[in-house]
Design a protein. Sequence first.
Length: 228
Amino acid sequence: MAPDAGLESFASYAAARGLTLEPEAHLPRTTPLLAEGEMRSVDALMSGWLGTYLEAQIALITRRETTTDADGRETTGDARFTVAVAHVPKAKRFIPWLLCRRAGDGFLGRAAESLIHGHDRLDLESAEFDSRYRLYVSPDSDKVWVRELFSPSFVVALLEKASRGLAFEYVDGTLCVSLVGRRTLTEDLDALRDATVDLVARIRAEIRESLGPAQGRSAPNPPGFSDP
């Protein structure tokens, strides 16, 4: 069997960025994109410090999905994503769950449907944002905190990344940032990493604003990235 060039590129990226390629590829099944019974496989996974204060995993995953076209016809097949997964447990005090989904996604999946009940979509009153994303939040979330997180500068940053197919989910302490497709080029993986580091920094800043500063873990050695 010929070598898989994509996986070789993924492994080379891990080595270049000081990350560890994990032969036993496991991810938490907390968020809808990673849900048990919907995510079919973790095809490759690397882990380590994405920044001085962020330890996370980057993985290539395959999901089994059923989509419905405008005529009601269903099609089932594999869908591939590249994800970064990090743990931000203190945020669940303000948002038990949050889904920032691509507007063009033609599926929800059972795990997402179990969270969303039709009335959980949050309107940021931005037509441009609504044309690219669908934002759903737990009815038990702190809506003021969420709106402060989705500041005008953050909305602009998300819109700039929307063309890459960026989206994210947060459920019970687990953050999953995703790009559509199997991304193994350095440019794409760096973009996913940068978006994840930026998002976690914004979430932590809002937590500090509400709860005060806290001492967090940091990389024991300089990470293989420059902090954005």
